[in-house]
Design a protein around this ligand. Sequence first.
Ligand code: FEO
Ligand code: CA
Ligand code: CA
Ligand code: CA
Length: 714
Amino acid sequence: MPDHDDGPGPRRLLPLLDSARGGRSAMTCRYRCADACAHEPPNTSDNAYFGDVVEAAVSRRGLLRGGAAAAAVVVGSGAASTLAAGTLAAASEDSAAATRPPSQPRPDHPGGPEYGRPVGFRPVGDNTVDAVVVPNGYDWSVTIAWGEPVLRGAPEFDFDHQTAAAQREQFGYNCDFVAVYPLDRRFDRALLWVNHEYTNEELMFRGWTGAAGATVEQLRIAMAAHGGSIVEIERAGDTGEWRPAGGSRRHNRRIHTGTRFRVTGPAAGSPLLRTSADPAGTTVLGMLNNCAGGTTPWGTVLTGEENVNQYFGASAPVTDPTVAARYARYGIRTTAGTERAWERADPRFDVAREPNEPNRFGWVCQIDPYDPRSTPQKLTALGRFKHEGATTALTADGRVAVYMGDDERFEYVYKFVSSGRFRTGGSTRDRRHNLALLEDGDLYVARFTGDSPPAEIDGSGRLPSDGLFDGTGQWLPLVVGGESTIDGMSVEEVLVLTRLAADRAGATKMDRPEDVEPHPVTGTVFMALTNNDRRTPAQADEANPRATNRWGHVLALDEDGGDAAALAFTWSLVLVAGDPDDPSTYYAGFDKSQVSMISCPDNVAFDPSGRLWLATDGMPASVGVNDGMFVLPLDGDDAGHLRRFASVPVGAECCGPCITPDGRTALIAVQHPGEEDGATPDNPASTFPYGDQPRPSVVTVWRTSPTGGPFIGD
Ligand code: FEO
Ligand code: CA
Ligand code: CA
Ligand code: CA
């Protein structure tokens, strides 16, 4: 099968699917989110679907804003992004195992000489090839796949004789967020971080008949395959290829359900977090369903726990109405039963026995990749919900803002702003200070208001008369200055039961907020709203303008004054996804006959050239389109000219993506290849990457031809 593509083929019309699942397989729904789409959305609050109409006119804006406001952000956000690569981070000096990363900024940082380069590749066409497909002039290879050894001495992968003990030392299952942290100034060696979001047991075990029939060892293998991996990687000669490094691999680490986490922030020790195994409420074993993430200016990983509800069974119905209501708001089972049956392997996953255990998941976690002996943290100050990503920007006064989405239909977008300021020094004291920055700060949730008359937003996706879905917004306080702003809720309750607090604050119900990421130079915050099949025409608003939104959209948010600490913002939709021939779609005003089709944008990333990259989870394979990675130019005549850069194998979701800080390679996570209804190890829908059972993997893409330029996307 070809794994290059020199141009788009004929485009196929997207079907009007009746299924609540959109383009996903039943397996995807069961294992990813416990059939969430089959249930009513858990947000039953009476929050408005659109805010009050603001009469103030908001002028039609370019996608990138010029002038003083944007310039004011360059220093802060640019610095944050540069540092996010770990180049100025310094690991703890008092840990023998810790590494001090390179101390000089990389030469090709955002805003550097390559900023604003044009897109030069010919887009990959619609396809169902069971491989990674990249444009001519590029090549790719598998960097690491499920089961490959991570820790020294780990056994080689043996599909038919897998054990939990082996899995705890091997690369985990489904791969989502990807980040790299340089280990040297030449950027020839680096640390690779990968989230392992969830497991597909039906593809991991022959003869799988469901969780009820699983052996306890199989359950433990699945538990061990969750979490994350840190892998030392190195360049393969002068190519762009990354491969696992030889040598000591002393940074290599597996985070799994047995890894000890320290609970930080205002909710640490809360009665809501105490269990029989942890009466202090300060230590949690494991992290679950880590989806997207982000990096910090001090070189750590932020990783978000998403659909954690699916891991908890109930041996008896939940009868306490207060507890049941809280569970229901988070989709946690309140009737007797189980989805994954993990409570058979570990009783803490039975809410009848440990009613607070679910409260210990659903957080943003911080992990220091440079110190393999560091204790990962759960950051309660950032709130508890179905976290997607957590991406950072520096405020004008040097504090740290974290943007976050809660990925479920009709959920919200959040922002955290630290109390303390980021220190740029590399001393041990500075690093300790920075590592604690996300333990204390203010938490907000977003309300979006349209500027067009509500009558012009009819759910069809038709642009209003001002030609733009746009408006203003406010960050509504939940916790400020260490105090709760929600009547009747303590700070601990706001942070542990953040969805309930946001309901009361009056936040705007969005179409599944996935990744939320600020542009590293302009500070404009881009968020992927992946889809929402349940929104009705009456519930359409200018920020979520389509009823039965199966294809998703992308929103750009500009903080007032260009300051990430602002409490007000303007916003506009830059992309309303779907078949370009569908009149409800919008590609930033670009000629839709020239764009690649995109559906269900999920992950968001930027390259050093300031180009926006989108990865999808829900291209309709049923009509011949695999998921993939797209570039969306943001300014100039090319703004809105969306092009597919890569596609991933059959049944896979495209995750990451990570453009390395030098701009020369892209790392893509191939999540759940072969996840198709009826597929089994003996009847796989995909044989990616090695021709036998499908294995979630991280692949590297690099340029082989200098035509156009040396960078990904040129
Ligand atoms: Fe795990 Fe929201 O995607
Ligand atoms: Ca408008
Ligand atoms: Ca995602
Ligand atoms: Ca997804």
